[in-house]
Design a protein around this ligand. Structure first.
Ligand SMILES: [Zn+2]
Length: 306
């Protein structure tokens, strides 16, 4: 063995291997159903698997592109508090990597735009940014979004996707639960609609604060909507839990969520809801929509009709 076989060859091999796996990653996605799906094909289908219907995660910009009219919206600049207040080990490196990976300064983005001709403020969480965990920056972004909605008298629509609060920010992260709840309360005092779409997963502190306070709670199919994890509960209660425990469908059947709506119907469902809340023009496509008091029944009709 000489230095070429010992050092140069393995180096080239590892470089090639990395390059191959990068390009593979860029083109294909493996679904829960084990099918390999071409990434473009998946995105053209709103990132829903054409074979099994699994709703893949969207980042904030992907979400806004399929939600706002003509893919047009303005990302708002939100306050960015000082990083790493507790000097938590490796947290600043993690922040740096997440910023490079997502091109976002923190997990929540807020945008302003039109939804079927109605001006709205919307927010979304990016799971790729430290699991969508909420700390001071996400708290500030959410509150900024609510303030923007109040200032401009727009409804606020939020797409939640998070594992909970950032343990790296300790009590500061936990405080965001109270702060965001107070902000939602201010929006409600102004009689502005607040709709939450819970996407997979919506868990921990987020589900124990702003994500479950919507006037209407919508969830995407099979999304995990929970506070504590399944295993934690199983080990505590020492009982076998139902197979679909904590799925959107299970939570809806037990009264925790109003609607489970497929991604392709979310825009039309929210647009219908806003038309009712804001007493706008007649609702499109539904001739028998006259009773605005029974929203659940009405929306089930809407989902079927569109
Ligand atoms: Zn699939």
């Amino acid at each position: 063995m000489n230095w070429i076989t010992k050092f140069i060859k393995p180096k080239i091999k590892s470089l090639l291997k990395k390059k191959l796996s990068d390009s593979k990653e860029a083109l294909w996605v493996t679904c829960e159903c084990k099918n390999l799906i071409y990434k473009d094909e998946l995105f053209n289908n709103l990132s829903v698997c054409p074979s099994c219907g699994f709703h893949h995660k969207l980042n904030c910009e992907e979400r806004f592109k399929i939600f706002f009219d003509d893919k047009e919206y303005e990302i708002l600049e939100t306050p960015l508090p000082k990083d790493d207040p507790l000097k938590f080990p490796k947290y600043s490196d993690k922040l740096k990597q997440s910023r490079e990976k997502t091109k976002q300064s923190d997990a929540i983005l807020i945008a302003d735009g039109m939804l079927d001709g109605i001006r709205i403020t919307s927010g979304a969480q990016n799971f790729n940014f430290i699991g969508g965990a909420v700390g001071a920056a996400s708290g500030e972004a959410f509150i900024h979004g609510i303030q923007h909605a109040i200032n401009n008298k727009t409804p606020f629509i939020f797409f939640s996707c998070s594992g909970g609060q950032k343990m790296q920010e300790g009590a500061i992260a936990l405080m965001q639960m109270t702060r965001t709840v107070l902000a939602v309360n201010e929006l409600k005092k102004k009689n502005l609609p607040y709709i939450v779409v819970m996407t997979n997963p919506t868990t921990g502190g987020v589900s124990a604060s702003f994500a479950t306070l919507g006037d209407i709670l919508i969830a995407e199919p099979k999304a995990i909507c929970a506070f504590a994890g399944r295993r934690v509960i199983e080990n505590t209660v020492k009982e076998d839990l139902p197979k679909d425990f904590q799925t959107a469908e299970f939570v809806k059947d037990h009264g925790g969520i109003d609607l489970v709506v497929e991604r392709k119907y979310i825009k039309s469902t929210i647009s219908t809801l806003l038309s009712i809340f804001l007493k706008k023009k007649e609702v499109k496509n539904i001739s028998d929509l006259t009773d605005a008091t029974n929203i659940n029944e009405t929306l089930q009709k809407t989902s079927k009709a569109v």
